[in-house]
Design a binder for this molecule. Sequence first.
Ligand SMILES: NC(=O)c1ccc[n+]([C@@H]2O[C@H](COP(=O)([O-])OP(=O)(O)OC[C@H]3O[C@@H](n4cnc5c(N)ncnc54)[C@H](O)[C@@H]3O)[C@@H](O)[C@H]2O)c1
Length: 386
Amino acid sequence: MAKVAGLDAFEKNNEEKVIDTSKKVKIGIIGTGWIAESHISSYMEMEDVEIVALADIVPGKAAKFAEKFEIKNCRIYNSDEELLAAEKDLDGVSICTYNSQHASCAIHALDAGVNVMLEKPFTGTFEEAVETMKAEKRSGKILTIGFQPRMSANMQMIKKIVESGELGKVYYLQAGGGRRRGIPTPFGTTFIEKETGVIGAVGDIGAYSLDMLLNAVGYPKPLTVSGYKSDFFGKDPAFYPAHPEYAEKFGVDDFAAAFVRLENDIILDFRISWAMHMDTCGDALILGTKGGLRIPSTDCWNGSFDKPLTVYKTIGGDRTVQYTVPLINDDGNLFYKKLRSFVDAIKEGGKATVPSSEIIYNQAIINGIVTSAELGKEIEIEIPEI
Ligand SMILES: NC(=O)c1ccc[n+]([C@@H]2O[C@H](COP(=O)([O-])OP(=O)(O)OC[C@H]3O[C@@H](n4cnc5c(N)ncnc54)[C@H](O)[C@@H]3O)[C@@H](O)[C@H]2O)c1
């Protein structure tokens, strides 16, 4: 019996992707701290990937990491530069260093002709993001930024709802989420020291919150920002009973808020927190001329919500109604999916899943908030042609 074209397409979409294991993709990891563990665990699940090199500037750290994950025959280096100078056959690197080293490591790798999976946030400063994009352009290699929530079916559903026109013209975005007690120090102080973290809550979980909303509405360019940031909790020794000395080291923000004008007449009302006397900064909202979408407060990084989305509409002229959008039962494993998409792009000559051309706007807002807060006034955001 002849197959129906539509059904064929459905079956094709549901085919298991067959992975060609005849040639291994050679991967290096730069920075073998906490998040590198998630990278290596995912790569180790891939039969077509070989971890060939590891680097960390802390003597002995990369070797210990190799031992812990039982990575045999991989070469160990003391910096990104050493690794890139010696490894002439690399297909890609995961850059898992703290924020202040993102740009230099990514530029070194791209200039060495190596594809890059760069952890979020893009960089520490906006200028570094621009320089990294220039390196990407001159290399012609892949640069993808590590926002794994993009791989979540529920996050993708938010974008589909906006793109379907269900909300009409979007004019207002409200960022939500944030933590009551969540300054990230369980693995040391690299997130909170200025020299390593550069930016605090605004660049850590704020970057996810921005990505969720901006990606949903097609990443409009930011035009102006009026920002605020504070560090009342981070600088308080009482916040760290086991390590009161961390308060001295704290050099970034633990709370930020901003009013951002985006192109296409969209307003972004932003707030994020690592610590505050409140449970959450609230739900994220997307308001449009035909409908509104409420996205339950989320920590963003894992793309999960504990409640369904709600759409608010008016029907029959004046009847206000709302309906819930059931959550998709996602199988999770967003980290695996983000790294799989990087490996697939390398193998197939594909593009970055999370491109710098979008994330440069995310970074411009983050650094715009910091600059505006320090100047105490609204600033214009200028993004150079690259
Ligand atoms: N995607 C996510 O869910 C997620 C989660 C946590 C952290 N992160 C990001 O990952 C990055 C790393 O975070 P972490 O918690 O693993 O930090 P970490 O401090 O535990 O690890 C960073 C490692 O990089 C090493 N390093 C620094 N500069 C280097 C260089 N030039 N060459 C080689 N090694 C170098 C450090 O010595 C350290 O071991 C941060 O940018 C953070 O924002 C992402």
